[in-house]
Design a protein around this ligand. Structure first.
Ligand code: SF4
Length: 292
């Protein structure tokens, strides 16, 4: 198989089989991310794709799911993407779900009709690393799109019947804008119908512009307690009828379906952690993190 490091697979989807159809990330300049810094974006050569599919066909002839790699395969235009998906389907005809992460901006150059065709071939669930619905924050972290883009592109996915996830990156606005980040992200998500809202906590990794800004005193990271308080504000304001997952180190048990039904429990658990949790232990756990 032709994989280019780093290989990131979403742990909430079946993590095998995988197929790489693009390398790196078209944007590669979010201020908190170094994941694909050394990997220029390019399409995987067709010959590699076909060789990989022959291997997969031998190993997993009845595969029902596959994850498409890497950061944002849907950046390819419809005309480039579709022949690749058709090739995948030719070798793995029983596939029902082609899962992939992608950027909000990757939906822009596709019509609803084209998105419907992607759904028909199996791209029926995608994950969008939105991170924030607050325009100040989106600009601050150089995400490359606005809250209006999020609304417009996600609505196209809804029209096409493609289920999607959106993420909230806890802590990424720093202390300066924490409240607005939480409230405005919930406001934008509430206008949409994501099947899942996911939250991760910001860790400042070496080599990221955001860490350099923090070292120069231009960005004030939240303490672990402030992260939890921001997460609580986000949850208080969120009204989406969806699944909810959090990668927060201590709050993993808050993940599950039926967010609205579980919201009071999530909030009381967060309150309890904020009042009685061991913040030193949380800080120590964060130092071991290697991905968001
Ligand atoms: S966070 Fe996602 S979109 Fe931003 S640079 Fe990293 S991989 Fe690319």
């Amino acid at each position: 198989m032709h994989f280019t490091d780093p290989v990131y697979r979403n742990p909430y989807w079946p993590t095998w089989p995988l197929i790489q159809i693009t390398q790196g990330c078209t944007h590669n300049s979010c201020k908190f991310c170094t994941m694909y810094k050394e990997v220029p974006f390019r399409m995987q050569p067709m010959e590699w794709l076909e060789e990989d599919l022959k291997e997969l066909q031998a190993m997993e002839p009845h595969a029902k799911t596959i994850q498409l790699l890497s950061a944002n395969p849907l950046a390819l235009s419809f005309d480039r993407l579709m022949p690749r998906l058709e090739l995948i389907k030719k070798y793995l005809p029983e596939l029902e779900h082609m899962y992939t992460a992608t950027r909000v901006s990757d939906i822009k150059n596709k019509t609803v009709e084209q998105l419907r065709k992607l759904k028909a071939i199996g791209v029926n669930e995608i994950s969008l690393g939105v991170e924030s619905g607050d325009d100040w924050t989106l600009k601050r972290i150089n995400k490359g799109y606005t809250s209006q883009d999020i609304l417009e592109q996600c609505r196209k996915l809804e029209e096409a019947g493609i289920a999607y996830w959106v993420t909230f990156l806890n802590g990424v606005a720093g202390r300066e804008h924490s409240h607005e980040h939480a409230v405005n992200s919930a406001k934008i998500f509430n206008q949409l119908k994501p099947m899942l809202v996911g939250t991760g906590g910001l860790t400042l990794f070496p080599g990221t512009p955001l860490l350099e800004e923090a070292e120069r005193g231009e960005f004030t990271p939240l303490t672990e307690k402030e992260m939890l308080e921001e997460l609580r504000t986000f949850v208080e304001n969120l009204t989406c009828d969806c699944k909810f997952i959090t990668h927060h180190t201590i709050a993993a048990n808050l993940s599950g379906p039926d967010f609205l039904k579980r919201k009071p429990l999530i909030l009381s658990t967060l309150n309890d952690i904020i009042q009685h949790g061991d913040m030193d232990a949380l800080e120590t756990i964060r130092t071991y993190k290697r991905t968001l």
